[in-house]
Design a protein around this ligand. Structure first.
Ligand code: ZN
Length: 317
């Protein structure tokens, strides 16, 4: 039976509904949990997060993919509770946002160790939570080029993806030639990889989105909503129309089947204030209306938010 791993157990891909494919319940840099300035009670975290997920559900959202990574505040018991309370399917990840957010214990590990760890979290579970990871997160460290550690993590992820059928999602799609070479060497079909953040304000120019799609990779326009129009925009913000036009150009070039979109928002940021005024519900409140206003039809919207993510997330036998 086809299935997708969610924190409350495997579900058939048809049950995913509308998917937010690159999001965060709470994201922070490793060590932020040690900084007392940012400590929050469980009540505060629920109060910040539950209304956003309830609104997501009310808008028609089905599935929230949390790609927070092992060292960035991933908290699977909390996700299980949130999913049960709100009715939103939550997919958790194994892997790391990038080599530069892997703590020394993992940063010193071999490809074999990392691959085995990812496979365990996918097939047995994440710790004793009983939840299996549904996607593998990897990424490019700051600096614009893949580091030796990034490459080790990509290779381990490729082996785990080949061994389990779970897909890979990347933080940044720059230096994609090196990533593609590793996936080829490991025998991983590129449609099992979603190359993310092709649209952000810092990296869009440097990202070969069309080339990635031509190689067979999927491309994530997944920082929708981080706009220069925000009250206090982050450094990766981009003018709203510029990002939308970029996305429309990409799907207009015949790459609709390779395109995925998301908001990369934080429900409850860890160790930083987050970006005010931006939530996962940007997808419903702004993005889908903008797509409709630009003449995108309903079947294309369904392809983008239902069919493509279901095809990507389904564990390939
Ligand atoms: Zn993210």
């Amino acid at each position: 039976m086809s299935r997708v791993n969610t924190v409350l157990g495997p579900i058939p891909p048809e049950a995913l509904g509308i998917v937010a494919v690159h999001e965060h319940i709470g994201y922070g840099m490793p060590g932020s949990e040690l900084d007392t300035k940012w400590w929050e009670s469980p009540e505060q975290r629920y109060a910040e997060t539950v209304p956003k997920l309830r609104a997501f559900h009310e808008y028609g959202g089905g599935t929230f993919v949390d790609v927070t990574g092992i060292c960035n505040g991933r908290d699977v018991d909390y996700y299980r509770s949130l999913s049960a309370k709100t009715g939103v399917h939550i997919v958790a990840c194994t892997g790391f946002v990038g080599g530069d957010t892997a703590l020394p214990h993992f940063a010193r590990a071999s490809v074999a160790y990392l691959a085995e760890h990812f496979v365990h979290e996918i097939t047995v579970g994440i710790g004793d939570t009983g939840s299996r990871a549904g996607v593998i997160k990897v990424g490019v460290s700051r600096g614009g080029r893949m580091t030796e550690l990034d490459k080790r993590i990509y290779r381990a992820a490729a082996r785990a993806a080949c061994g389990t059928g779970v897909p890979i999602l990347t933080h940044l799609a720059i230096d994609a030639e090196n990533a593609v070479a590793i996936f080829h060497e490991e025998g991983l079909p590129l449609d099992r990889v979603l190359f993310g953040h092709a649209d952000d304000g810092v990296n869009a120019e440097k990202t070969r989105d069309t080339w990635i799609a031509e190689q067979g990779g999927r491309v994530g326009f997944d920082t929708f909503g981080y706009e220069t129009e925000l009250e206090d925009p982050p450094f990766w913000a981009r003018p709203r129309k510029e990002r939308l036009d970029h996305f429309l150009r990409f799907i207009g070039k015949g790459h609709l089947d390779k395109a995925l979109a998301s908001a990369d928002a934080n429900c409850s940021p860890l160790g930083w204030p987050g970006v005010k005024g931006h939530t996962v519900n940007y997808i419903f409140e702004d993005l889908i209306p903008d797509l409709r206003a630009a003449g995108v039809d309903e079947s294309t919207i369904t392809t983008l938010f239902v069919d493509n993510p279901a095809d990507f997330l389904t564990i390939r036998a």
